[in-house]
Ligand binder design. Sequence first.
Ligand SMILES: Cc1cc2nc3c(=O)[nH]c(=O)nc-3n(C[C@H](O)[C@H](O)[C@H](O)COP(=O)(O)OP(=O)(O)OC[C@H]3O[C@@H](n4cnc5c(N)ncnc54)[C@H](O)[C@@H]3O)c2cc1C
Length: 432
Amino acid sequence: MEKLKTDVLIVGTGASGLFAALHLPENCSVLMITKDEVTHSDSFLAQGGICVLRDEGDYDSFMEDTLRAGHYENRRESVDIMIRSSRKVINELIGWGVDFAQKDGELLYTREGCHSRPRILFHEDITGREITQKLLAAVQKLPNVEILEHVTMLDLIERDNCCYGVIASDGAGHRLAVEAGHTILASGGIGGLYEHSTNYPHLTGDALAIALDHNIALEHVDYVQIHPTTLYSTKPGRRFLISESVRGEGAKLYNAEGRRFADEVLPRDVLTAKIREQMKKDHKPYVWLDMTCLGEEVIRRHFPHIYEHCLEEGYDVTKQWIPVVPAQHYFMGGIWVDSRSKTTMDALYAVGETSCNGVHGANRLASNSLLESLVFAERAAGDIAGDPAKSQPEFDLLARQADRRIGENRGELAKVYRRRVLEEIEKEKKAK
Ligand SMILES: Cc1cc2nc3c(=O)[nH]c(=O)nc-3n(C[C@H](O)[C@H](O)[C@H](O)COP(=O)(O)OP(=O)(O)OC[C@H]3O[C@@H](n4cnc5c(N)ncnc54)[C@H](O)[C@@H]3O)c2cc1C
């Protein structure tokens, strides 16, 4: 088994992992691993935008919108941290070259479901790609950071509830033991566990299964967000999201008889329930979404990629309605972390969709997740910078033991992990 050593290991190269890397001290060696290609993360798929506190007068309503969407199960302290940090994060993104939409030199703000006012910055309908590729370019310039693609974390190496790194497997199936002073899990959501999801299929919640194995606390694992509007398709694979900002800008939902049946900017969970109810009544696997009322100019300017994608699927959204259906989209629960993104295991942090810092409560407010991911990734990096690195003289022995425990068959391990996470979600649901 090959051995690698680093000060900080980051598992995942989405927005949260990259932002953490950018905020670690430059004298600290950082290894980032990703299960797939570096650009294959949900962060690249984000369409609608990223929230920001517009001005001091917006604080109470931003807080209330987030809490209301989250059914008041949010950790208020975490929401406060996110809102208060938002402008700094946005200014930093702009500094990295992120090009948010502007008019006459002023940032433009859009609105999505459950937001009481426009406070979302966007770049066309590919905000995630714009942000994440700029972060990636910045990380790739850092001399202290190395990125390895097609390397999958299989297990943690720990003793007495302290993490010393991971066992991983590379693209050729070779095992690697990565020794790290601190480890950050930035491994995204769980959409790959579902038949219909907007997520990349390789995002299967591995970190959650591993955390369960090591008695690391999780929180709210039954809180899985379904997005009300994805393009209906019978093809296998990822479902294409029709961003909420389409409805925020005025697109309308219709039933099989061409009648409206719901307020289009209801919170996602409430609207999803209404759409499912309507599909049942209509005996159809979809309802209709009308974007034509936005006008061709708005569609082509604000939603060019949705326009193009639908055209490829045979729908001209400037002229005709499209069939839409709810699909798994986001995971509010995850590995429990405190306000510095620390898990219940020493030297182990979790950030982004893998973590649960309580910002989203029972349901995420649209466009809060990129912001939350970045804010709490920076906090993890800040905490690590002030925490002495952990080392373990018996690392090699622990690594061999962990390797033996995993066994030879990676496919079997993936199945076990998949089952473990889904069972935990069901168990939590039943417990409520
Ligand atoms: C279609 C779509 C649209 C969205 N739109 C918005 C939006 O408009 N605004 C918003 O705020 N949010 C949006 N979101 C949500 C947001 O994109 C994600 O919550 C956020 O990007 C998650 O970032 P992350 O860094 O936690 O994970 P990701 O970006 O998903 O990255 C996860 C990383 O972990 C790696 N990984 C996973 N398992 C392993 C393993 N075992 N070993 C090694 N590496 C592993 C993956 O390869 C990947 O690099 C959207 C999501 C989707 C799917």
